[in-house]
Design a protein around this ligand. Structure first.
Ligand SMILES: CC(C)(COP(=O)(O)OP(=O)(O)OC[C@H]1O[C@@H](n2cnc3c(N)ncnc32)[C@H](O)[C@@H]1OP(=O)(O)O)[C@@H](O)C(=O)NCCC(=O)NCCS
Length: 245
């Protein structure tokens, strides 16, 4: 179950997680390793997850979920025992972080408080994000669905990401869109990810104005008053089926 190999793997991962705190948390300057293990909730949640994950992979019932539950109660960080987490993972502050069952996290990834790596609905199978190496995800960001966040990308605080993110880019906003790729502002006709052309909405609004003109002509011929039709703005509904995961 938890053999010598697994214990030494967990010890190695714990050392890398503590090292990540020293590298990436300015508040950890001059703080000892023991203090980091005892007082950094992100490190405790990860240690608990690493043990729970080994037990989950070994098919042990109940215990992995119990460990995840206890870690959540203690730290406010919820990581499903099946989630795959690479070395050097750092969760700063931690409260409100949720990492779903099929999430995969590469090496040297940083998350701040309130980040969700979640699904988009009730789909089963792979339904949570894959985060490649060296990604940073700002506080409150929601990353939903089986999307891939490319190597070295940065996700801004409070961003909502539902599409793949290119490597070495910075994405912000809702919906999340790149504002930097390889350090440069995206240029050209595809630079605006928010105001995309919508040919169906354009066709419907063309038809609506022709129907309006016809109604006005009929009203004039019949001598009746033309009030004009009630026109409601078309709500844009883009992206994958929300229950499609
Ligand atoms: C996204 C982030 C990583 C970008 O940092 P950066 O690489 O230095 O990039 P910049 O600050 O130059 O920002 C790039 C653009 O995105 C905008 N932007 C940055 N962060 C944003 C955010 N969270 N939401 C919306 N827009 C944002 C900037 O205004 C700038 O816009 P411009 O292209 O019109 O000038 C950073 O702003 C961020 O959100 N970090 C998370 C930090 C965090 O969660 N801290 C919690 C500590 S407790």
């Amino acid at each position: 179950m938890l053999g010598l190999g697994a214990v030494s793997r967990i010890a190695r991962e714990l050392r890398r997680d503590v090292q990540a705190v020293h590298e990436r948390d300015p508040a950890a300057r001059g703080v000892s390793d023991v203090e980091v293990v005892v007082l950094w909730p992100g490190v405790q949640a990860l240690l608990s997850h690493r043990v729970a994950h080994v037990l989950h992979e070994a098919g042990v019932p109940v215990v992995p979920r119990t460990l995840a539950f206890a870690a959540r109660a203690l730290t406010g960080i919820e990581i499903h025992p099946a989630a795959k987490v690479g070395e050097g993972f750092f969760i700063d502050h931690g409260a409100g972080v949720v990492v779903g069952e099929t999430a995969e996290i590469g090496r040297d990834v940083t998350l701040y408080q309130g980040v969700t790596l979640g699904g988009t609905g009730f789909a089963t199978g792979k339904r949570h994000p894959t985060i490649e190496d060296n990604v940073t995800i700002g506080s409150g960001a929601k990353l939903l669905g089986p999307i891939t966040i490319g190597h070295g990308a940065k996700v801004g605080a409070n961003t909502v990401v539902i599409h793949d993110v290119p490597a070495n880019s910075t994405v912000v906003g809702n919906p999340g869109h790149p504002v930097r790729i390889d350090g440069k502002r995206p240029e050209g006709p595809d630079a605006d990810w928010v105001h995309l052309p919508d040919p169906i909405a354009d066709a419907i609004s063309g038809l609506a104005s022709r129907i309006g003109a016809l109604e006005a002509a009929v009203a004039e011929l019949s001598g009746r008053e033309h009030k004009g039709a009630e026109v409601r703005p078309i709500r844009s509904a883009r992206g994958p089926n929300p229950a499609g995961g």
